[in-house]
Design a protein around this ligand. Structure first.
Ligand SMILES: Cc1cc2nc3c(=O)[nH]c(=O)nc-3n(C[C@H](O)[C@H](O)[C@H](O)COP(=O)(O)OP(=O)(O)OC[C@H]3O[C@@H](n4cnc5c(N)ncnc54)[C@H](O)[C@@H]3O)c2cc1C
Length: 466
């Protein structure tokens, strides 16, 4: 039986960063992955595929040019599911090759198979043909991620009623789609399909969506969705989902309303993928959604030599944060120095348009009783926005009246997920309003919106005592 200093279960963002960090410390490390190739949900069904699909949709439809040439503008007239898939395969292959090379270069051992605990220090790995191997280790990192939540009342068929992993396998582009769940994944796919001129209905039992985002941004975003014809059915529970015939689906909502569409995408939540790990054997409980509890700074579980990171530990469930968690967890697991995760990380929602945010929302600032002022810039106020033909997009910053420090930065619109990093740097370096007012920004850029928003706040703030 082989022995390692660290065994990582799962090769997604958390697992791969942890493994490479461990290898860089000169430790023997093994990554076990049950999928056909390394990369996790992030590479195969989540982050990269959905972002590639988005990019392809925006390019083939000519979406970004419609501000100038009108809503009827198209780069390609008939966009098929094959057109969308073509770019996907190239991108994914490239990603996987880079990962495999990273593992090989750093001398990380990898093994394909499903891992389960036999006891607190022993894992059994079952390969495709049923062959079994056992390994022992001083330390473990569980980075098994999540899988779609598939409640019994949803008649999933892999063709017309799909979860968020299966949607990538759509054979034909439907004329209409109903998306259940206005969380990040639901909103992203709803807006991507809408950009492809598919008629979209977004169904959400709550009365609002994206509650962790500043409500002024959500209002702007919601207006944008309605304006382009996305039907929002909020505040009503789903009572029934039926497939009457191929391409004829019906969702019955509480209160009697129903939604008919060719395809239903059920995107209401994900579950920790811990069910096959036989966690009882190592004395580790998972919660009702399969998630594991960890110390938030060390990522250690209640079983001291077992650590967990990434989506399996719950919020924020991002590839970006999972990578950092994996790296920090490996440092703690191996007794090496580790930095604490920064207080504020950015959140990116790759809807059309993008949303990205870092720091406190206006609602949070109010709840904490901090005296504050906001500054807002519309992208159409910037010269870059004129050149790009942008009609929408806004950047909002929140400053403390007492310290003048930036408390939060919230962006909706083209390039939001890139632009937010300026706000993030200022926020985490504890910068103030003066950074934006006193510094020169490249011109013409969308980043100029930072200066406009800062001046907007400055106009209403008491003068600075120097
Ligand atoms: C549609 C979608 C879009 C997303 N978009 C973004 C985005 O734009 N930006 C962003 O930051 N995040 C995004 N995410 C989230 C991101 O994909 C996850 O946060 C990230 O993949 C989590 O990484 P992880 O390492 O925890 O696990 P995963 O990436 O889930 O990887 C876990 C791996 O563990 C393997 N595994 C599970 N059980 C076992 C076992 N018993 N034995 C061996 N192997 C096992 C699985 O096969 C899998 O490969 C998106 C997610 C989805 C679903």
């Amino acid at each position: 039986m082989d022995h390692y200093q660290l065994i990582v279960i799962g090769s997604g963002p958390a697992g791969r960063r942890a493994a490479i960090q461990a290898a860089k410390f000169g430790r023997d490390v093994l990554v076990i992955e049950k999928g056909r190739r390394v990369g996790g949900v992030s590479v195969h069904t989540g982050t990269i595929p959905s972002k590639t699909l988005r990019e392809t949709a925006l390019n083939l439809t000519g979406w970004r040019e419609r501000g100038f040439y009108g809503r009827a503008y198209r780069v390609k007239q008939d966009i098929s599911a094959d057109d969308l898939r073509a770019r996907l395969h190239i991108t994914l292959n490239h990603e996987i090759e880079v990962l495999e090379h990273q593992f090989a270069r750093n001398k990380v051992d990898t093994l394909r198979g499903e891992a389960r605990f036999l006891d607190a220090h022993t894992l059994e790995v079952t390969g495709d043909a049923g062959e079994k191997l056992c390994f022992t280790s001083d330390r473990f990192l569980i980075a098994v991620g999540t899988k779609p939540f598939r409640p019994g009342y949803v008649p999933f068929d892999g063709e017309y009623v799909l979860d968020s992993d299966e949607i990538l396998e759509l054979r034909d582009l439907p004329r209409s789609i109903a998306v259940i769940g206005a969380g990040v994944i639901g909103v992203e796919y709803a807006t991507i399909f809408s950009a492809l001129d598919v008629h979209v209905t977004l169904v959400e039992p709550r009365n609002s969506m994206l509650d962790f985002i500043d409500s002024e941004l959500v209002a702007d975003f919601t207006h944008d969705l309605r304006d382009r014809g996305i039907a929002l059915r909020f505040g009503a529970k789903v009572e029934k989902i039926e497939k009457h015939a191929p391409g004829k689906c019906e969702i019955t909502l509480e209160g009697g309303r129903s939604v008919r569409s060719n395809v239903v995408l059920f995107a209401a939540g994900r579950m920790g993928a811990t069910d096959s790990l036989n966690l009882e054997a190592c004395g580790l409980p998972a919660d009702h959604r399969g998630r594991l509890k960890v110390d938030p700074t060390t990522f250690q579980t209640d079983v001291p030599h077992i650590f967990a990171a990434g989506d399996v530990i719950g919020f924020p469930s991002l590839a970006s944060t999972s990578m950092e968690q994996g790296r920090i967890a490996a440092c703690h697991a191996l007794g090496e120095k580790a930095y604490d995760p920064p207080e504020y990380f950015p959140y990116g929602i790759y809807a059309v348009p993008e949303i990205s945010t870092v720091g406190m929302t206006e609602e949070e600032v109010q709840k904490r009783g901090i005296a504050y002022e906001c500054g807002i810039a519309r992208f159409r106020e910037t010269s870059r926005g004129h050149i790009m033909g942008l009609n929408s997009g806004m950047l909002k910053m929140i400053f403390s009246l007492k310290t003048r420090r930036l408390l939060g930065c919230h962006i909706v619109g083209e390039g939001a997920t890139e632009l937010v990093h300026i706000g993030q740097a200022v926020l985490n370096l504890k910068g103030t309003l003066e950074y934006f007012v006193e510094n020169t920004f490249n011109y013409p850029t969308l980043a100029e919106a930072y200066k406009i928003a800062a001046l907007d706040a400055w106009n209403r703030m008491p003068p600075l005592d120097r």
